[in-house]
Design a protein. Sequence first.
Length: 244
Amino acid sequence: MSIELTEKVSGILKKSELPDRHTFFQIEKFLIGKEPTGQAQLWQIVRELNARQETVESYKKQLIDCEDELELFDIRIERLNRNIRDLAKIEIEPTEGEYPDLRIQECEINIRKLQREKENLVKAAKKVQQKLKNVMEEMSFLAHGYDRIVAVVGEMKPLDDEAAQREYWNEKLLEEFNLRVMFNRPLDPEFIKTVLSLEDGSPVKGHVIGLVNNIQQKMIEQGKKELANKAERPRVEVKAKAQG
């Protein structure tokens, strides 16, 4: 990569910061907003917060490990620097394989390698810090969303709350029912079985039963028409023969 291109890319990246996370629009509309009831939205927010809390703990652990690794790099580099100072004091001629100058050179190379590794670790730690910042921004948005929904629907109910579950499944299945009717898609048997499992009085159950009854009525009427047509044919044929 040429120097000119490198500088151009660096300039673009400095001006254009794109957080590596969900946008707030995505979170509001697709992660939370797709849930059919207020209670379901609160449950989903809690699930999202739990997942991100685990991620935050993992990132914090990585940063602590990085700090320890950086200290270890400093210790290794200092140890090599001390070796160099000790070797520099040796003024005698090398004997039996002792070459202070070569050992000093070797230490210096190892120091440069350790410094590069340390720089890479610092860069990695900065990336983890940025990821942590992004997750914390998502958590903040989710937490504020939780407060806004609670202000409208009240405190979150337990997941097994019967009334909340009844409302959730009725709204969820009613939404699917409306979409199927809107796009003229057939109701598969499993969907009908699921809806009929709800208690009597559920709006979606009433819609499905009404639709099923309507289909049955149409089938009965169609059957009657077919029987009438079959019964009419022989009389027409007999009449035709009589005229012949």
